[in-house]
Design a protein around this ligand. Sequence first.
Ligand code: CMC
Length: 422
Amino acid sequence: MSKTAILEIDGKKYEFPIFKGSENEEAIDIKKLRDLTGLVTLDPGYKNSGSCTSEITFLDGELGILRYRGYAIEDLAENANFLEVSYLLIFGKKPTAAELEKFENDIRKYTLVNEEMKSILDGFPKSAHPMGILAALTSALTSFNPKSVDVENEKDLYCAVCKTMGKFLVIATWTFRKNMGYPMNYYDNTKGYVENFMRLMFEIPTEPYKVSQTVIDALDKLFILHADHEQNCSTSTVRMVGSSHAGLFASISAGVSALWGPLHGGANQAVLEMLEEIHNNGGDTEKYLAKAKDKADPFRLMGFGHRVYKNFDPRAKIIKKAANEVLATLGVEDPILDIARKLEAAALEDEYFKARNLYPNVDFYSGIIYRALGIPTDMFTVMFAIGRLPGWIAQWKEMRENKEPIGRPRQIYTGSPLREFK
Ligand code: CMC
């Protein structure tokens, strides 16, 4: 007999089924709760609420497990490339060599961004944060590609996926070039996706530009590690916006805005800002470690701890190795990176951090790699967005294909009772 949960209210008992996932996670299915009892649940931040079922990503924060479509993140980071992982996430299967080649070629067909988009870019002040520009340009893509995406029509859907993958990368790098005063670059269809990212960012018309394989490999890994993380704030936003049947670009644009916040994608920027602050104040890491432990001080060690990974962040292990390789290959010497190393070593030996299982998370090391590559701090969250793009697309597609209802949480009103307005 399948397991159920009994809820007793005012002496009356109600029975609810217990839903079991493929990794034996269990949830009380309360779909009928309001109909049966007249009550709703109250769960701000949704920490106890499953908003959907999903076949995309499995995460176990206690055991430090992260898998996409059943494949371990360690396996994918070692043996797959970013577009292969994107295909896997979006279409649910590992692509054959022919499918992968077709996917890459189809993305290339859409790497040209309408020139009129540049006039929108021109309207932004130079000081604008790149995430604000990225959200606006992504949303503007809807106007240049007005055909709404019909999820029943596989061909249109596939085309929208390729367009999003191609154009988002280009406009993401334009946000940086605008700030630098560089001319906008075009995707080079003879080169790979990750190599193109570096070119789009840094190649200028007056100089030859070559990207080292170590850099391509490290970025490829970083994008893979960020590609999906189940129902986090930005992904839930993409699903929520898409649940009203808003198009893919509009939903992704909302995801970019959600990711921008310092409690989500903005954390990698916060890591570097913290390291710069420590450096500018004399480089005393012990002092900052003490501040982080002082409960009277709001300072926290950025890049340490994680909301769901309570023992270790599996992504951090992989990226620590890649960070060391990139730094060694590029021969980077940077006092900020020395501070990062000192802080990491001290925290890993410190009783406070050990007792609370506070380890460096993926943002600690990703910031270090980005800095070594010359990517400015305010572009870090854009890097996260490029990596997260296939996850957002996959989750949007799954939500529409599962015919999920429009998202509409309830609330408990705590405001004034009826009063007269005279
Ligand atoms: N520095 C100092 N103390 C910390 C830190 C930290 N970074 N993180 C947690 N603690 C302490 C916290 O004060 C608490 O101590 P006590 O038990 O004595 O009260 C204990 O560790 C448990 O922490 P918590 O607040 O219950 O942990 P949480 O799950 O609420 O918060 C977190 C997780 C990520 C918000 C937090 O660790 C933090 O603020 N870290 C720094 C910011 C950061 O790096 N965020 C990026 C997360 S990864 C991005 C993503 O995947 O989107």
